[in-house]
Design a protein around this ligand. Structure first.
Ligand SMILES: [Zn+2]
Length: 313
């Protein structure tokens, strides 16, 4: 007997991808964040900000915000859920015991996630794990992914609202109306500012609760997913490199060096590297000895050297 979370259109679950089962919650979370930040910031008027949740069968496009709009595409959300599952389930940590089938399913789903960045293909609910139709989920692989995905989605909302509340969207638009673009370095600073703003808001709700772990993993997954959306780990002209964004967030959280989070972020980088380079270039030489932080930092250093190499090619 399979569990089916789709309500046949009785509730607002638009779209065709299995991610549609979150439909009403996507909107509810948007309205909650908007209300919370309207109380928090008296300088930015958020009353006109609308959520544009697109359902189109096209390849994934990343979220963005303007002064009155936050746009998120359901192919991107599908990508994020599948990436979360692939990373979380296949990571060789956390004490879970997987069958070979479960492991390869996770790897296949990760491949499907990455394919959505190139072209749209329907998420096959019979073949791949998904949040709409699934079996009993005894190991809570779907449940853990839903939770991680959910915090990732909320982090993205806070990040996009952050651009509005912190005056970034206004500054960018004002500059454009005068016929120039804000300098790339300043745009990157804005991204870091929005990342830290989002982290602060999200953590306020969960710090010290049983949700803290999922929330942090959700944030790291959302940032880790960007290693694939942007030009092979380089952030491009407007965004810091995704590995540096992971570092900013982890440094801010300041967790003990033996905590799982450092190892998880390391795993996100290795997953990227295996996909593109298959060379072990960034794999640290030291043994982790339980010091995941040192392992993560060494990976970052190796990654910076790889980037230099690539730039010079
Ligand atoms: Zn941004």
């Amino acid at each position: 007997m399979k569990c089916n979370n789709y309500l046949n259109g009785i509730e607002d679950q638009p779209g065709n991808q299995p991610i549609r089962v979150f439909g009403p919650q996507f909107i509810y979370a948007f309205e909650s964040v908007k209300t919370e930040l309207s109380d928090y910031s008296h300088s930015a008027d958020l009353s006109n900000v609308q959520l544009n949740l697109l359902n189109e069968d096209v390849k994934a496009k990343g979220p963005f915000s303007t002064e009155n709009l936050i746009q998120i595409h359901d192919t991107f959300l599908s990508f994020l859920w599948c990436y979360s599952y692939g990373l979380l389930v296949a990571a060789p940590m956390g004490g879970k015991v997987l069958s070979n089938d479960e492991y390869f399913e996770a790897r296949d789903l990760l491949k499907y996630a990455l394919s959505l960045l190139r072209t749209f293909e329907v998420w096959d609910k019979e073949r791949y794990p998904n949040p709409e139709i699934h079996g009993k989920d005894e190991k809570k692989l779907i449940g853990a992914t839903n939770s991680c995905f959910w915090y990732g989605y909320n982090y993205i909302l806070y990040h996009e609202f952050g651009h509005i509340v912190l005056g970034h969207t206004e500054r960018v638009q004002r500059a454009r109306s005068y016929g120039y673009d804000i300098h790339e370095d300043e745009r990157k600073d804005m991204e870091t500012e929005a990342d830290l703003f989002a982290l602060d808001r999200l953590m306020k709700e969960v710090l010290g609760t049983s949700h803290e772990f999922s929330a942090i993993i959700g944030v790291l997954t959302a940032l880790g997913s960007l290693t694939f959306t942007s030009n092979r780990v380089f952030g491009g002209p407007y965004h810091p490199d995704p590995d540096h964004r992971l570092k900013t967030v982890l440094d801010k959280l300041n967790k003990a060096s033996t905590e799982y989070y450092w190892g998880y972020a390391f795993w996100a980088l290795i997953t990227w590297e295996v996909e593109f380079y298959k060379s072990g270039n960034i794999w640290p030489m030291s043994s982790p000895d339980g010091d995941f932080k040192a392992h993560f930092y060494e990976t970052l250093k190796n990654l910076d050297s790889l980037k230099e190499e690539l730039k010079n090619k």
